[in-house]
Write a protein that binds this ligand. Structure first.
Ligand SMILES: C[S@@+](CC[C@H](N)C(=O)[O-])C[C@H]1O[C@@H](n2cnc3c(N)ncnc32)[C@H](O)[C@@H]1O
Length: 197
């Protein structure tokens, strides 16, 4: 199983604001691109992949949308518009939820009012955590067990404070090289690296 967590610090949790922000400063298209590259391959879904999209620009609670490839049914396509419609649907399903509640959205998709910090604490219990960072250790030299979990951000960097708590949870920084990439490009290279093992 491969798990990806995208911490989208600028992404609005209001579906109308999210859709209106495409191509604007919040860059919600990063969510669509990451989902696309994590879940889809030509003519199919990748097996054994879970993606968490954590949207943090909110009036109340962060929204964590969990997408599990093995349980996903047809979502109508893989273009930006379809993928962001899935995100918007999950956000609409989450309206009025209290803290750390969860709701089903569609097969393979759930939404939860859980913060990034709480989510990674839970994942740390049975996953090997990796923070994607240009200054980390080379991915080529890293051994992976059965449940690696890769932590990425949108265009806003992970706060320093988060790095410290992630280190306490045993997360390791790994790099894909010196070039600053998009989160979605990191996902492709991670899949490539693991596919070759
Ligand atoms: C566009 S980058 C974030 C840019 C942000 N301004 C920053 O300074 O971190 C998006 C995500 O990809 C990761 N990333 C980008 N290039 C990388 C690389 N060469 N190796 C590992 N992770 C990388 C970043 O760490 C981040 O999680």
């Amino acid at each position: 199983m491969r798990t990806f967590v995208l911490r989208a610090r600028a992404a609005p949790t209001d579906s109308h604001k999210l859709l209106a922000a495409i191509g604007q400063e919040a860059h919600p298209e990063i969510l669509a691109h990451t989902l696309m590259n994590a879940i889809f391959v030509a003519q199919s879904h990748r097996a054994d992949v879970v993606v968490y999209l954590v949207l943090e620009s909110t009036q109340d609670y962060s929204r964590t949308i969990r997408v599990e490839a093995n349980a996903l049914t047809d979502i109508g396509g893989f273009d930006e518009r379809r993928l962001l419609a899935v995100v918007a649907r999950a956000l609409d399903a989450s309206v009025g939820m209290g803290k750390e509640e969860s709701r089903p959205v569609a097969p393979g998709i759930t939404v939860r009012t859980v913060s990034f910090e709480r989510l990674v604490q839970e994942l740390a219990e049975d996953h090997q955590l990796f923070v994607m960072d240009r200054k980390g250790a080379p991915i080529r030299e890293q051994a992976f067990d059965g449940k690696p979990c890769f932590l990425l951000t949108d265009h806003i960097p992970m706060p320093k404070k988060s790095f410290h708590s992630l280190e306490r949870l045993g997360a390791k920084k790994i790099t894909l090289g010196p070039t600053m990439l998009f989160a979605s490009q990191c996902v492709v290279l991670i899949h490539h690296e693991l596919d070759g093992r």
